[in-house]
Design a binder for this molecule. Structure first.
Ligand code: SAM
Length: 358
């Protein structure tokens, strides 16, 4: 009699968060796609696109190099087939691109593998939001993130580099609320010597207004902002400054891969997030890919190189070919540059944040 063999052990499919996923070499699922629709911006924030570098004669992408809305939608649709659930439209400043609600309507028509609409959101400096909030919401935008570094007009005007008044951004946020975009998140980059005095007033304001405020450590993205570690206000210092005024307790992440560390006000009046990408970099759960305005796919904000998708699209690639490129790029992904960047990548060229979207 033949010895009995034990039945084959069946391994459950490897998943990241309980759903089928395209995994990279470190087991991270592709879940988010950030889509930069333009490299242009009407602001010259000192930490992102400083006016000394991005002056009148700076050569932005020619229009013919920028993906069309049809091309973006096609790539986003393929990404959703591969398990992406969140689409974030960004830039540059996305609202400077013509007829943006048309793109939102096209993206809103796409479906995830579960047959649902994607979690469709947008990051903007808010300068043109007042007239556009309603058309964007009507087109299918669900929620929005507005970048705002201070409520103090003089500080804000200085940091945005173009003397733009804070009142106009506040009007944009009000319009977003009236249009039913929810939740409204606010991103504040904290830079030493520029706006650390604004941390507590911003926290109070956001709490009173029911906005989700996220503080971002000033990052060494790109090569043009003259980044120095001394200019970074750490997440720990940001939390301590707020805690002294408004007691906080840590809150659990809402989902695996969440970028911000969440803190809740002890009196139950709301929460803040802190993105500690300099002092506590963590790549283990990063689920984000970025599509640049000219159609390059980046798997990390700190990458030097992206994979060209515009070339294949414009030379007639079928959906299956594009899908294979995405699968190959994500499947081969090994990067954890945020954790390594101070040691290993500081000498390498880097893509600029405005080019691939924040
Ligand atoms: N123009 C849009 C906006 O202002 O939100 C979208 C693009 S912007 C590059 C996206 C986000 O990146 C913004 O919240 C911005 O403050 C943030 N950002 C840009 N440069 C940064 C840096 N060096 N460190 C941290 N955050 C940065």
């Amino acid at each position: 009699m033949q010895p009995t063999t034990s039945p084959a052990v069946s391994h459950p499919p490897t998943t990241f968060d309980g759903r089928p996923a395209l995994l990279d070499t470190r087991g991270r699922a592709l879940r988010d796609l950030r889509i930069s629709v333009t490299d242009r911006c009407n602001f010259r924030c000192t930490y992102c696109m400083p006016a000394e570098v991005f002056g009148r004669d700076y050569a932005f992408l020619p229009h013919s190099d920028v993906l069309t809305y049809e091309e973006i939608t096609r790539l986003a649709g393929i990404a959703l087939e591969l398990g992406v659930r969140k689409l974030r439209v960004t830039g540059g400043e996305p609202l400077v691109r013509k007829s943006l609600p048309d793109l939102i309507a096209m993206l809103a028509g796409l479906r995830t593998t579960d047959g649902e609409g994607a979690d469709l959101t947008l990051t903007t400096n808010g300068s043109a939001l007042r007239p556009l909030a309603r058309p964007l919401a009507d087109a299918g935008l669900r929620r929005i993130t507005v970048s705002l570094d201070s409520l103090d007009d003089a500080t804000f005007r200085r940091m945005n580099g173009v003397d733009f008044p804070v009142s106009r951004v506040l009007e944009g946020i009000a319009a977003a609320r009236d249009a039913g975009l929810a939740p409204i998140k606010v991103n504040m980059v904290v830079k030493r010597g520029e706006n650390e005095d604004s941390v507590v007033p911003m926290a109070r304001w956001a709490r009173d207004e029911g906005l989700v405020l996220r503080f971002i450590e000033y990052m060494d993205v790109g090569t043009t902002n003259g980044w120095r570690l001394d200019d970074v206000v750490s997440a720990a210092d940001i939390v301590a400054a707020i805690e002294a005024d408004l007691p906080l307790e840590p809150a659990a992440p809402a989902y695996r891969g969440e970028v911000a560390n969440r803190w809740r006000y002890r009196d139950g009046s709301g929460e803040i997030g802190v993105i500690a990408s300099v002092t506590q970099p963590f790549c283990g759960d990063c689920t984000r890919a970025r599509l640049s305005a000219d159609g390059k796919l980046y798997t990390c904000l700190f990458s030097a190189f992206g994979t060209d998708l515009r070339g294949p699209i414009r030379s007639g690639a079928a959906d299956g070919d594009l899908r294979t490129i995405l699968e190959r790029v994500w499947g081969a992904r090994t990067d954890r540059y945020s954790e390594l960047r101070t040691e290993a990548t500081s000498h390498l060229p880097r893509v600029e944040m405005f080019a691939v979207g924040g």
